[in-house]
Design a protein around this ligand. Sequence first.
Ligand code: ADP
Length: 409
Amino acid sequence: MRVLVLNCGSSSLKFQLIETSREQIAQNNDRVLAHGAVERVGSDDAKFTYQMAGREKEEKQQAVKDQKQAIQLAFDHLTAPGGALSHPQDVEAVGHRIVHGGEAFHESVIIDDRVLKDIEKLSDLAPLHNPENLKGYYASRELLPDAKQVAVFDTSFHQTMPPRAYLYGLPYEFYERDHIRKYGFHGTSHRYVSWRFAMLHQKKRADYKLITCHLGNGCSVCAIDHGKSIDTSMGFTPMDGLLMGTRPGEIDPGAVLYLAQRDPDGAQGMEKLLNHKAGLAGLTNSTGDMRDIQKRSAEGDQRARDAVDVFCYRVIQFIGSYATVLNGADAILFTGGIGENSSEIRAQVCQGLTWLGVELDAAANDQARGKDARITTEASKTPVWVIPTDEELLIARDTFRCIEGIPHP
Ligand code: ADP
């Protein structure tokens, strides 16, 4: 089955055309036929990139007024003569990344009218994300009326968390009436890497207790007990938990109140601060890009050093907490742009985990960059692995499984 995977953000579109089937999933050889992105959607100088398997990457700047035009641009390239598809109808299904599935969705689903209503209702909880994700759905439904559409949620993997992990210490009516609770995000990534780790060992996810660390621009840690998420560091929104590129992670709500009372823009000002100006960017007065911060730290910039220390300290804290919650972990996995590529950050985190019997293999750690690799010695009591994430692949597989009625593993 050829599945188009769409990830629509507020000003970007990422897409991949993936060929998958029961056999390809079993043999882990699903094929990416083409992939691309549109950045700065809504502007006169949007950047379009596109690459077909085995061909040169194409790049151009042009006006792209909205998500529909961005998806049309992707189709035009996918169906160009000699392109990845001879006709748009060759796309049998579209898999959409939807950020918030609330308590309504425990797994990926085919989008019908009822599902659509529920996702729209959930826009209240994710006003920055769900409406954007849905723009991709409406556009692709119009452009591909015959294709089935499937929603894959960032939150659904964490719906197995017990109340002791997801309830906040607020009057209960705030949970019942306003749905204020921990939801957790990055579920597709945590689910993918835990599956991949088990697969590399010819076992099932249900055979392990794992701590997965997704460290990218957004960062979260997840405690996975025999295949089920039982706690995760992001909360009601993706702002909580670890220090991130531009988000603060854990912060005393009293500090937020204090600032909100003094901010002339009130809640709006706080939203900007907490989503875009905090985290690594806030601490270093920079972009929040870890590579830049590490470079500045190596050059002796003390604020950059402190920021890296705060970042690693939080990761160590959460891993320690989840090792306790799980009553011991069989392995720790790193993924995401930082987790997959930065041997320095991994080494600094592992230094704080010797009590778990973590013994880093420095050479293996230095060589592990964007590929599946164990980075601890054979003797290490808790093995630590790098497993590159592939959320698009999991979205394509979920889409295929939903349509074929195959249970999700
Ligand atoms: P997103 O969460 O937006 O998908 P990524 O997972 O691509 O982002 O992660 C982006 C982060 O990964 C950035 O902070 C970037 O600096 C960092 N990163 C990428 N490569 C490296 C590297 N070699 N060393 C350190 N950090 C890296």
